[in-house]
Design a protein around this ligand. Sequence first.
Ligand code: ADP
Ligand code: MG
Length: 260
Amino acid sequence: PNETSLTTPAGGPGAARGEPLVVLTDVNKHFGELHVLKDINLTVTRGEVVVVIGPSGSGKSTLCRAINRLEPIDRGTIEIDGQKLPEEGKQLAQLRADVGMVFQSFNLFAHKSILDNVTLGPIKAKGVKPSEAKDRAMALLERVGVANQAGKYPAQLSGGQQQRVAIARALAMQPKVMLFDEPTSALDPEMITEVLDVMTALARDGMTMVVVTHEMGFARKAADRVIFMDAGQIVEENSPEEFFTNPRSMRAQDFLSKLL
Ligand code: ADP
Ligand code: MG
């Protein structure tokens, strides 16, 4: 792969597509009385793009946050590339670095330049030399189409540009998997496409991705598999074609009918 590829090969050279990369087994999570994740079993394989859809409050964000332990779980296990996520400590920081995350709100460091936003993680957390971090950051900013904004501050960029920087920042850590939690929900309509285009390119480059989104066009085009969640459960799992044309469950049928 060339230097400007948006992804580094997940797990390094020779890592094969199709192997289990993220494995959730009987994952359960409560917030007090509320059972938000109910016996979640999910395997995401290397290079796979899984789109998670479902009504508000169904547990999609909690699932994403659980995958990189922003949210502790009550029961079950989560493995990333064969390693169980520990509860805490240095190892957790390492495993967390394997999981890139892009949120609905852009979460850039407001008082750092665009370039610094992308170089800080690699320099501080991975010990990458500043000159090398800068070269890699510029290549990533180029790929997401905002290299000419590198010296600016987040507030000087549009929402779509900021979200593309957030993607570049996550990629700079060379994650094995990227999680996107409604990355276009806070964007004005005209900016949604530019972000989805970057995500589509990333998917084509072979990045393993879990994407929570209401963008059904993206799901149809980019997803290998669609997961439908409702009330903390995975209700249905299907290819995008099957899911959109022939949803099996009543709950998915109901959800889709309200979207169309
Ligand atoms: P989704 O992303 O599908 O909209 P969430 O994962 O955000 O769903 O939330 C699932 C449920 O958990 C919702 O009922 C929500 O109100 C609740 N919830 C989420 N985060 C917390 C929290 N920190 N404390 C208590 N309840 C929460
Ligand atoms: Mg959510």
